[in-house]
Design a protein around this ligand. Structure first.
Ligand code: MG
Length: 268
């Protein structure tokens, strides 16, 4: 299963996505997931018309999910912990980004004037598919995970260091690019190869096998705190190679079979 969310004639739709000869296409309209109530209500008023398949690259994409919360993990790749000079964590360090920080594929990351250093953080994101709380070790993570997508955990690094917590540094509007598709056709257990390119140059390249905490461990820890709802996002941490962004930059995050999350950078 692969799907996206996009705008067509000013209306939001979900589309099922297919790989056609190495290029991702929106093949047909798809039913909305249960959590997107606004979409389901709109559909009752205005049923979808005939739809012609189109390449994903030609679509006006939106964030593919509508989460009630975005849970993030700091310091989950060994090499990234070392580059920040932090201690190796003994339990996950989690924080939240607000849903208002979501940004569509192709959208412009706005650098707030109050920060002098805004970094990219390419990450694998997990989309929750079923309500989950107090998961026990050994629970089947696939039962609660709908699929995977790409994210950029944009961070005002100077504000992260200045504030006692990270709400402001991680929470500005446009600081959570996400997409372009959600897919469950990935083998996380075999390790996923994640790459971030800045203006075409590879800056982050790692395998999720370098995770300090595995996805099952993260889900057990996080659901001991929050109830996770369908559509919620879990950003699994960034590899080493973080660097600052400047106005005019193009930043791309990719994992094979998940497409490319491309965003540009603009002044605030
Ligand atoms: Mg991060």
């Amino acid at each position: 299963m692969k799907y996206c969310r996009f705008k067509l004639n000013d209306e939001t739709h979900y589309g099922s996505v297919e790989d056609r000869g190495g290029e991702l296409w929106i093949a047909a309209l798809a039913p909305a997931p249960a959590e997107d109530l606004a979409y389901r209500l709109a559909l009752e008023e205005a049923p979808a018309e005939n739809f012609k398949p189109l390449p994903l690259s030609a679509a006006e994409l939106m964030p593919p999910v509508t989460p009630s919360k975005i849970v993030c993990v700091g310091r989950n790749y060994r090499a990234h912990v070392r580059e920040l000079g932090n201690e190796m964590p003994t339990e996950p360090l989690i924080f939240l980004k607000p849903p208002s920080s979501l940004l569509a594929p192709g959208g412009v990351i706005r650098m707030p004037a109050v920060s002098k250093r805004v970094d990219f953080e390419g990450e694998l994101a997990v989309v929750i598919g079923r309500r989950a709380r107090n998961l026990k070790p050994g629970a089947k993570w696939r039962d609660v995970v709908r699929g995977f997508t790409l994210a950029n955990d944009v961070t005002a690094r100077d504000l992260q260091n200045k504030d006692d917590q990270w709400t402001r540094a991680k929470g500005f509007d446009t600081f959570c690019p996400i997409g372009p598709i959600v897919s469950d056709e990935l083998d996380l257990d075999a390790g996923l190869s994640i790459e971030t390119r800045l203006n075409g140059e590879v800056r982050q390249h790692a395998s999720t096998l370098d995770f300090i905490f595995s996805l099952p461990e993260l889900l057990v820890f996080i659901t001991s705190v929050f109830t996770l709802e369908p559509g919620d996002l879990l950003l699994t941490g960034t590899p080493s190679g973080i660097a600052p962004l400047s106005a005019g930059d193009r930043v791309e995050v990719s994992i094979p079979d998940l497409g490319v999350l491309l965003n540009t950078v603009g002044a605030g």
